[in-house]
Design a protein around this ligand. Structure first.
Ligand SMILES: [Fe+2]
Length: 383
């Protein structure tokens, strides 16, 4: 058994300021990658730039990272990094910004690699420039994983790139959640739940690496009442709710961030499984954000896995403080609502999933095509 996360991770209030020396030791010229607004609003960009200014480390900011970062954006950022002679990349934001920072760090030191070739398996492991991750959402756990999910619009593909890129340093501070909308926190928390459930219901799960998802599920269970506090909001893929809800209790920010990072450490060992494999089509074709796109499939996946590893499903439910799978399904429905697609879409997604062996081979039992159909039927409304 092995447990491998080579990232230096700090989780605490004022983390960036407290560990300025660690960040300044990573490199001499930085490209900062963010979304357009959130890193300014939550104060994370200011925290990072203050440290760089005080340490006299020149930096340039690239704030064009979009949700589901594209190969085009990565190619552009890498060229800017090269022109600026950057020797490290700082990703500030959710999974999009950190994943984009990872992919840019790879291109930066491999100038012969074209951004459109990011999804091609390399003949040998490639080096990358060091990455500093400053997460500002409690979702992807990208600060603790080697994974970067990148979209190539030219070939209609959203997928992780086959390169191992752990950040050198992760500075995790729950205070950045203060300006996040409630529904964003809920959506990302559902992604975190999926990371931990898919890590346990996974052939790569073992006694050693379970320490992360098992502890994380307990923490998530302690946050669930706060996440559910706007009962009556009904989110759907057409109408997200909680856009104007009161922010979540500040005392939970650090716990939510910690859970997200722990869940990242979990999938760094096992990778994600079938619900994540199913989610990418929903995001790419229907525009559903990542957390709900995964969450819609989660209860049915748990139900199918209960045939193979009932004791693991029991354990997951117990750690979350839930009585049965129906209660698990109901909580997710309250958090993210329902998703409606056309029958044609659902059948097309199911057909693609039936040959997605990179995810199917992780199921801890012999999953059948009928099981796949069942998950789609149970998870998506046809309309
Ligand atoms: Fe995810």
């Amino acid at each position: 058994m092995r447990f491998f996360v080579p990232t230096d991770i700090y989780v605490e209030k004022d983390c960036v300021k407290n560990h300025a020396k660690n960040m300044l030791a990573i490199g001499h010229r930085a490209l900062i990658m963010t979304r357009r607004h959130s890193a300014i609003a939550n104060g994370s960009l200011n925290d990072v730039t203050e440290v760089l200014k005080a340490g006299e480390v020149p930096y340039q900011t690239f704030s064009e990272v979009e949700e589901n970062p594209s190969t085009d954006t990565i190619g552009k950022a890498a060229q800017i990094a090269r022109d600026f002679n950057a020797d490290f990349i700082i990703g500030i934001g959710g999974g999009s910004a950190i994943d984009a920072a990872k992919a840019t760090a790879l291109l930066l030191v491999n100038p012969d690699l074209n951004a459109d070739e990011l999804h091609k398996a390399p003949s040998h492991p490639l080096n990358h420039a060091p990455v500093v991750a400053v997460p500002t959402t409690c979702g992807t756990g990208s600060e603790a994983t080697p994974v970067a999910i990148i979209t190539n619009h030219k070939i209609h593909l959203k997928k992780s790139i086959p390169h191992v890129i752990f950040p050198a340093l992760a500075l995790v501070d729950g205070k950045y959640l203060a300006t996040a909308k409630k529904q964003l926190i809920v959506n990302t928390a559902v992604d975190v739940l999926a990371h931990m459930v898919e890590s346990i219901l996974n052939v790569k799960s073992n006694l050693f690496n379970r320490m992360c998802p098992e502890y994380g599920l307990k923490l998530w269970g302690e946050c669930k009442d706060a996440l559910l506090s706007d009962e009556g909001c009904t989110a759907t893929n057409a109408a997200p709710a909680r856009e104007t809800a009161a922010p979540i209790d500040a005392s939970l920010y650090e716990k939510l961030m910690l859970t997200s990072t722990i869940a990242g450490m979990a999938i760094a060992q096992t990778s994600t499984a079938v619900p994540h494999g199913m989610s990418y089509d929903l995001t790419l074709n229907v525009g559903v954000p990542h957390g709900p796109a995964v969450g819609y499939f989660l209860a049915a996946y748990v139900e199918v896995c209960a045939k193979f590893v009932p004791q693991d499903v029991e354990k997951i439910l117990a750690l979350l403080g839930l009585k049965n799978i129906e209660e698990f399904r109901e909580i997710i429905r309250k958090l993210i609502g329902t998703c409606t697609v056309t029958r044609e879409m659902r059948d097309k997604f199911a057909a693609a999933m039936k040959v997605n062996h990179s995810k199917l081979d992780l199921v801890p039992g012999k999953i059948t095509p009928e099981d796949i159909d069942y998950i789609y039927e149970k998870s998506l409304i046809v309309g």
